[in-house]
Design a protein. Structure first.
Lengths: 806, 166
C-alpha cells in the first residue's frame, strides 16, 4: 500500500451509504423550479375539465340543463352521470368495498359533490361553462351528526343500498350503517371490568380534518384512439394500483394503460384513492380524442377529496388501585361521509385501529367499530398515518392520562408501570398483533432525563399554587405521549388491496462502468427516495450512491408495487431494495471468484468489493465486477448484472417514541404557547438521519396543526365552513414551535436492514402530546377531557366552563 | 374574450403576450411563458407557492392580473441560479440545511427569502419566521427553512455559518 491508497473510512465515505446525512439529489431540480409536477404537463391540443358541484348537502337532482353552457366559447362537452352510464362508469368501486358516484346520479349526498364535468379549451372557459350549467335540485333533510345517523327516523342517504342487509364487511344494522367490526375477547374483557378496582370511561373524539398537501389532486389523461392506449399523468401515491383499478373499471387491457406519477407536491394520504376527477378526465379524453387536464382548486380539495379521522371513541380502561391495567374496551362511531372511501387494506374496514392497546401490556381488550353514512364528503384517508393508527394512539394516550388523573399518579409513571417489557418481544397483543421489537422503558427514561421531567413537574406545582393565590393567570401543562405505530403493510397473509397482496418491489440494473439504475414500486411525495434508496444500495453492494439513479412512478418501467403511504416504503420496498442488491452481490461474488481464480467461499466482502481471505492484495472492486459482468462471466453463466426482488414482509414493523410537550396557556384569552417540544423516535436502523429529522419536523407540525385547530367543520345544515386556508388552520413559521429531536435504535429483527419507517410517527405521537398538554394544564381546575382541536377560543371556553374565568 | 397585449421583463428578458384581462399573472407565467417553477397551491393568496419578485417586492402572482404587470420587472425561481448555472446561496442553503421535501412550496419560499434578505441582510430567527409567514410549507415544519435562510445570509455576507444548537 502507498500513501495514495484510500483508507477504509475514505472508501466508506465515498459510498454515502446507510447512516450518512447524504444531501438530497432531488433538491438540485426543486430549488431551481425544475421539478415536473402534474400541472406542469402540457400536451398539444390539451383541454381542461372542471366540475359543476352541488351547493346542497342532500338533494334530489331533478334536471341538468347544459344547453347554455355548450354555447360558451371554448366549451366542447358537458359530461353528466347519463353520459357516464353509456360506458358503465357513473359509479366506481371504492378501496373499502363500497361504491361511489362519479357524478351525481339522481341525488347529491354532500356539499360540493361532483354533478357535471365541463370540458373546454382552457381553464377559464371551463369555469365560464360551469356557471351556465343549470341544475334543478329538490333539497332533502341533511344528516350531519353521526350520533343521529342510526336513529329510526334518520333520512335515508344511500338509496342505491335499499334492501341490502349485508355490506362488504358483514351485516348492516340500519339504512345508514356501513359495517360493524369487532376484535378481541368480549367475555374476558367484560369480566375484567366486573372485577376492576378502578375504571375510567370517556368519549374521546378525533375530529374530521384533511391532509391538504400543498399541491392538490390532479391529472392529465390522454387517450390514443389509434393505439387504444390511455396515458395518465397523475398525483398518485400508488401508480400501479391506479393502473389496475382503471383497467378493471374501464375494461381497458392493462398493458394499454400507462400511469405516470411525476414529482408530487406532498401526499399525506390524500393521493392514495381514486377520485371522480380522474375518471371524468379519462372519459373526456376518450370522448373528445384530446388530452384532458383536471386540476382541483383548494376549495375542492378541502371539501370533496378525502378527509381524514372523524372517529368518536368511547373508551374504558379497567385497572388495579396500584395502576396496573387489566382491560380495555373501546367502541368507535366512525363517520365515513356519503360513501365509504377509506383507503385501507381491503380486509380492514377500520384499518389497524386494533393497535389501540398501544405500548401497554393489556391482558384483555375488546373493540367494536360501527361505520356510518352522513351527508359529508366521503373518506377517510390515512392522513400521515398507517390506517387509523393515529386515532388509536390518540385514544389510548388520552385514556392513559385520564386513568393517571383518576389514580392521582404521574402519567409517565403510569406508563412505565404498564409498558410491554423488553423481554416480552415478540409480543402478542390482546387485539391480535405481534409487535416485532421495542425497548419502551429506555426510550421513556431518556425522554424524562433529557427534558428534566421531574423539575418541570415541580415548576408546574409551583405555578398551580401561584395561580390559586391569584398571582398569575397562566397555567402550565405537560403532555406526555408514548406511542407504538404499526407500519409496513403488509404481509400477504392479512393485507391486500382489491385482492393484490401488499408486497413491494425493486429492480436493479448495473451498467458496465459501475453505475446503475434502480426502480421501485413506491412513489416519493417528498420523502427523498431518490436519495435514500441509493444509500441502501451503496452499503449493500459498495457502489457510490451518486452512481445509482433511482426512478419511481412510471408503471411501464417500474416493477409492480403498492405505492407509498402508511409508512410502508422503508419497511417493504426498503427490504426489497436490500434483497435485490443482495442478489446482485451474490452473482458478483461468483464473477469475482472466477476472475480471482478462487472458490467463492474463499472471498469475503470488504466495503466496496471482494477480497480473498488471507490474501488482502487479491481484491476485486464492485466497479470492476460490473465491467466483468459484461465481458468475462464464468462459463455457463448469463452475462449482465441485474436483479428483481418482490418482498412480502413476514410482519409489520413497530416504531415507537416518547414525546413531551410543555405548554403555557393564558386562561383569560385561551392563547397558548408551546414552550418546548421534545420528540424521541425509534425507527430501528436509520438510513439517513437528516431526512429522518426532517420527516419528524414535518409530522410534528402537522400534529400541532391538527391538535390545535385544523378541522373540517360542518354547520348543522351540512354546509362545510372550513373550505379555504382562511378557515382551515395551516400553521405558518410564526405559529409553528421549535422542535427538539432525539432517538434510540431498536432494529426490527425481521427486516433485512432492521429499518422500521418513521414518516408518520410524529403525527401519531404528536397529536396526543399536544392534547395531553392542554388537558394536563386544565386538570387541576377539574377537567377530565377537553375535546380537540384546542384553539384559543376552546381553551378560553374550557377555562370559563371550569370557573377559572368570570 | 378580447385580448390585451402585455410586455414585461422576466428574469432579464423582454417578453410579451396576448392575454384576457382576467388572466392571472401566475397563469401567464406558467402557461404563456412556459416557466412552470412558479406553483399554485391555493388561489386565495394564503399559501405563497406562487410568490415572484416584482419591481423589488414579493408578490403572490395568483392574486394579480397579467395586465397589471405591464411594464414591470419580474424575477421567478428560474432566474435565481448564479450566472454560471450553479446554485445561488439561497438555493444551496435550502439543499444543505434540508429546507425542502416535496419541493412544491420551495420556489415561492426562495423568492420570498430572496426579497427578505434584500430588506434585512442579517435577520434573526424570529425575523425570518415573520418574514416568511405568508408562505406555507406542509413538509418541513419550517425549522430547516429558517436555517437555510440563515445559511444563505451568512454566505452572502461572507461570514461563517454557525448552526444554532438544538
Amino acid at each position: 500500500m502507498n500513501d495514495m491508497t484510500p483508507t477504509r473510512e475514505q472508501r466508506e465515505a465515498v459510498l454515502e451509504g446507510m447512516g450518512c446525512k447524504r444531501k438530497r439529489v432531488e433538491d438540485i431540480r426543486f430549488t431551481q423550479g425544475k421539478g415536473n409536477y402534474v400541472d406542469d404537463v402540457k400536451l398539444p391540443g390539451m383541454l381542461h375539465g372542471d366540475f359543476v358541484r352541488s351547493p346542497h348537502p342532500h338533494a334530489r337532482v331533478k334536471k341538468i340543463d347544459d344547453s347554455e353552457a355548450l354555447k360558451v366559447p371554448g366549451v366542447l362537452a358537458v359530461i353528466t352521470a347519463e353520459t357516464l352510464k353509456t360506458v358503465n362508469l357513473a359509479w366506481m368501486p371504492t378501496l373499502a368495498g363500497d361504491v361511489q358516484m362519479v357524478l351525481a346520479d339522481g341525488k347529491v349526498l354532500f356539499q360540493n359533490q361532483e354533478v357535471a364535468f365541463v370540458v373546454a379549451t382552457d381553464r377559464y372557459a371551463a369555469d365560464d361553462g360551469i356557471n351556465k350549467v343549470v341544475v334543478e335540485y329538490e333539497p332533502l333533510p341533511p344528516l350531519v351528526d353521526p350520533f343521529k345517523s342510526m336513529d329510526a327516523d334518520a333520512p335515508v342517504l344511500r338509496e342505491d343500498l335499499a334492501g341490502k342487509t349485508t355490506g362488504a364487511h358483514g351485516p348492516r344494522k340500519h339504512h345508514n350503517h356501513i359495517f360493524e367490526w369487532t376484535v378481541g375477547d368480549k367475555e374476558l374483557t367484560d369480566a375484567a371490568f366486573k372485577k376492576a378496582e378502578v375504571t375510567i370511561k370517556e368519549m374521546i373524539s378525533y375530529h374530521r380534518t384533511h391532509p391538504s398537501p400543498l399541491e392538490t389532486c390532479q391529472c392529465v389523461c390522454s387517450f390514443d384512439k389509434i393505439k387504444g392506449e390511455l396515458t395518465i399523468w397523475g398525483t398518485f401515491q400508488a401508480p400501479h394500483v391506479i393502473r389496475t383499478v382503471v383497467s378493471l373499471i374501464a375494461k381497458l387491457p392493462e398493458q394499454k394503460i400507462h400511469v405516470i406519477a411525476p414529482d408530487i407536491g406532498g401526499g399525506f394520504g390524500n393521493k392514495v384513492g381514486a377520485y371522480p376527477g380522474y375518471i371524468c378526465a379519462a372519459v373526456a379524453s376518450i370522448v373528445t380524442g384530446k388530452p384532458v387536464k383536471w386540476v382541483e382548486d383548494r376549495i375542492e380539495n378541502l371539501t370533496a377529496t378525502s378527509f381524514a379521522r372523524d372517529y368518536h371513541m368511547t373508551t374504558e380502561i379497567a385497572a388495579t388501585k396500584e395502576g396496573k391495567v387489566t382491560g380495555l374496551r373501546v367502541h368507535v362511531l366512525a363517520d365515513h361521509g356519503a360513501f365509504d372511501a377509506c383507503a385501507d387494506p381491503s380486509k380492514w374496514p377500520a384499518g389497524f385501529f386494533n393497535i389501540v392497546t398501544g405500548s401497554y401490556d393489556f391482558p384483555t381488550a375488546h373493540l367494536a367499530v360501527d361505520g356510518v353514512y352522513t351527508n359529508k364528503a366521503p373518506g377517510g384517508v390515512a392522513y400521515r398515518c398507517s390506517f387509523r393508527v393515529t386515532e388509536a394512539a390518540y385514544c389510548i394516550e388520552r385514556a392513559m392520562d385520564i386513568l393517571a388523573q383518576k389514580l392521582n399518579m404521574d402519567p409517565a409513571e403510569l406508563r412505565l408501570k404498564n409498558f410491554i417489557k423488553p423481554e416480552q418481544f415478540p409480543y402478542h397483543s390482546a387485539l391480535g398483533w405481534e409487535y416485532d421489537s421495542g425497548d419502551y422503558h429506555t426510550a421513556m427514561r431518556k425522554m424524562m432525563e433529557t427534558t428534566g421531567y421531574a423539575a418541570l413537574r415541580k415548576e408546574q406545582a409551583e405555578k398551580r399554587a401561584a395561580f390559586a393565590r391569584g398571582e398569575t393567570r397562566e397555567i402550565m401543562g405537560l403532555g406526555v405521549s408514548f406511542f407504538t405505530e404499526i407500519v409496513g403493510a403488509g404481509p400477504s397473509k392479512n393485507c391486500d388491496i382489491l385482492g393484490i397482496a401488499m408486497f413491494d418491489s425493486c429492480e436493479i440494473r448495473m451498467h458496465p462502468t459501475g453505475a446503475g439504475i434502480a426502480r421501485m414500486g413506491t412513489k416519493s411525495q417528498g420523502q427523498g427516495h431518490e436519495t435514500t434508496w441509493a444509500q441502501i444500495i451503496a452499503t449493500e453492494i459498495g457502489i457510490p450512491a451518486d452512481n445509482i439513479q433511482v426512478e419511481e412512478g412510471n408503471t411501464d418501467t417500474a416493477p409492480y408495487g403498492l405505492g407509498t403511504y402508511g409508512s410502508r416504503s422503508t419497511p417493504v420496498a426498503g427490504a426489497a431494495i436490500a434483497m435485490a442488491a443482495r442478489k446482485i452481490k451474490a452473482k458478483a461474488q461468483m464473477i469475482a471468484a472466477y476472475k480471482l481464480e478462487v472458490h467463492e467461499d474463499d472471498l469475503e466482502w470488504d466495503i466496496d468489493g471482494f477480497r480473498v481471505k488471507g490474501l488482502p492484495e487479491k481484491f476485486m472492486s464492485m466497479k470492476d465486477i460490473c465491467w466483468a459482468a459484461y465481458n468475462a462471466v464464468p462459463p455457463g453463466m448469463e452475462p449482465g448484472l441485474e436483479a428483481v426482488s418482490y418482498y412480502d414482509p413476514p410482519n409489520m414493523t413497530y416504531p415507537f417514541g416518547a414525546y413531551l410537550c410543555v405548554m403555557d396557556i393564558d386562561v383569560d384569552t385561551g392563547v397558548y404557547k408551546v414552550r418546548r417540544f421534545y420528540a424521541l423516535d425509534d425507527c430501528g436502523t436509520r438510513i439517513n438521519p437528516m431526512i429522518i429529522e426532517g420527516q419528524v419536523h414535518g409530522g410534528l407540525t402537522e400534529a400541532f396543526a391538527i391538535a390545535m385547530g385544523q378541522e373540517i367543520r360542518y354547520d348543522e345544515t351540512g354546509n362545510v365552513v372550513t373550505g379555504s386556508f382562511m378557515d382551515f388552520f395551516m400553521p405558518t413559521a410564526v405559529e409553528t414551535p421549535h422542535w427538539e429531536t432525539d432517538f434510540t435504535v431498536t432494529p426490527s429483527p425481521h427486516h433485512p436492514i432492521g429499518a422500521k419507517g418513521v414518516g408518520e410517527s410524529p403525527n401519531v405521537g404528536g397529536v396526543p402530546a399536544f392534547s395531553n398538554a392542554v388537558n394536563d394544564a386544565f386538570s387541576f381546575l377539574g377537567a377530565t377531557h377537553i375535546q380537540m382541536p384546542h384553539d384559543y377560543w376552546r381553551n378560553w371556553k374550557a377555562a370559563k366552563d371550569l370557573g377559572a374565568v368570570a | 374574450m378580447a385580448k390585451t397585449h402585455v410586455t414585461m421583463k422576466v428574469n432579464g428578458a423582454e417578453v410579451e403576450g396576448l392575454v384576457e384581462p382576467r388572466t392571472l399573472l401566475v397563469h401567464f407565467i406558467r402557461e404563456n411563458l412556459g416557466m412552470t417553477g412558479t406553483h399554485i397551491g391555493c388561489e386565495t393568496t394564503h399559501c405563497g407557492a406562487c410568490t415572484v419578485d416584482i419591481d423589488g417586492m414579493s408578490v403572490k402572482s395568483c392574486t394579480m392580473f397579467a395586465v397589471q404587470a405591464q411594464g414591470s420587472d419580474i424575477t421567478t425561481i428560474e432566474g435565481m441560479a448564479n450566472a454560471d448555472g450553479t446554485l445561488s446561496a439561497l438555493q444551496e442553503g435550502f439543499r444543505m440545511m434540508h429546507g425542502l421535501q416535496c419541493g412544491f412550496c420551495t420556489p415561492g419560499m426562495i423568492m420570498r427569502a430572496h426579497r427578505l434578505l434584500k430588506e434585512n441582510p442579517s435577520p434573526g430567527e424570529q425575523e425570518i419566521r415573520m418574514g416568511i409567514s405568508g408562505n406555507i410549507c406542509r413538509c418541513t415544519g419550517y425549522q430547516n427553512i429558517v436555517k437555510a435562510i440563515q445559511y444563505a445570509a451568512a454566505k452572502i455576507n461572507g461570514v461563517e455559518f454557525r448552526e444554532a444548537a438544538e
